[in-house]
Design a protein around this ligand. Sequence first.
Ligand code: PEP
Length: 246
Amino acid sequence: MRKKIVAGNWKMNGLAETVQELSNAVADIQARCEIVVFPPFVYLLTVIDMLRNTPVRVGAQNCATALLGAYTGEVSAPMLKDISCRYVLVGHSERRSLYGETDAIVAEKFMMVQQVGLTPMLCVGETRAEREAGKTFAVIQAQLDAVLQTAGVSAFARAVIAYEPVWAIGTGLTATPEQAQEVHAKIREHIGAIDGKIADSLPILYGGSVKADNATALFTMPDIDGGLVGGASLDAAAFAKICHAA
Ligand code: PEP
């Protein structure tokens, strides 16, 4: 049986006071799923310290492709490991579309995160135009293949995938449970064609306007193993309900 995970991506939101309030609230959530939060970089250490004696895991929203060196403004995977991060988001659609991260860069980051012993949470997903053109799975397959070719299928034994249709992120539009399940099953099938055991144990989360009122229907689909939550993760009560749904 695969573990369920609910992850909150706080993006570039909150200041010290709200981040602390949110961390305290997340620490109080009693749920059966694994809970992960991705705070902004400057608050990572604070949140890690606040959640140290709780089951909640903390992750970073991004990392550099390089190990160290003259990369002004970047944060390396070894630094994240050093401060006890557990996860790193890789290939979030905002990184792909706003910061030009190609499939190749995403694959490099995925490798770097794994090399230092952290777990990459790889985001994949199609735009609205790609869905309307019937290219949903071709796009996702290319995003997966870039990582599979660089890191190999064995890397997915220590990874999480988040299927996040770009048209559903921050828009209030959500994939129906059936639409999401169809893509999740195809992702699992694609990995499973290379290694069935790894595919069976790989957590695949859904992201894209997950809310307290749609979480249960999504999370009860057979290939949906939880959610990556943006907006609703900033509302402690809504996030707790989503965790309880998993
Ligand atoms: C996200 O940014 O990963 C996300 C899913 O955002 P939202 O839940 O706000 O759509």
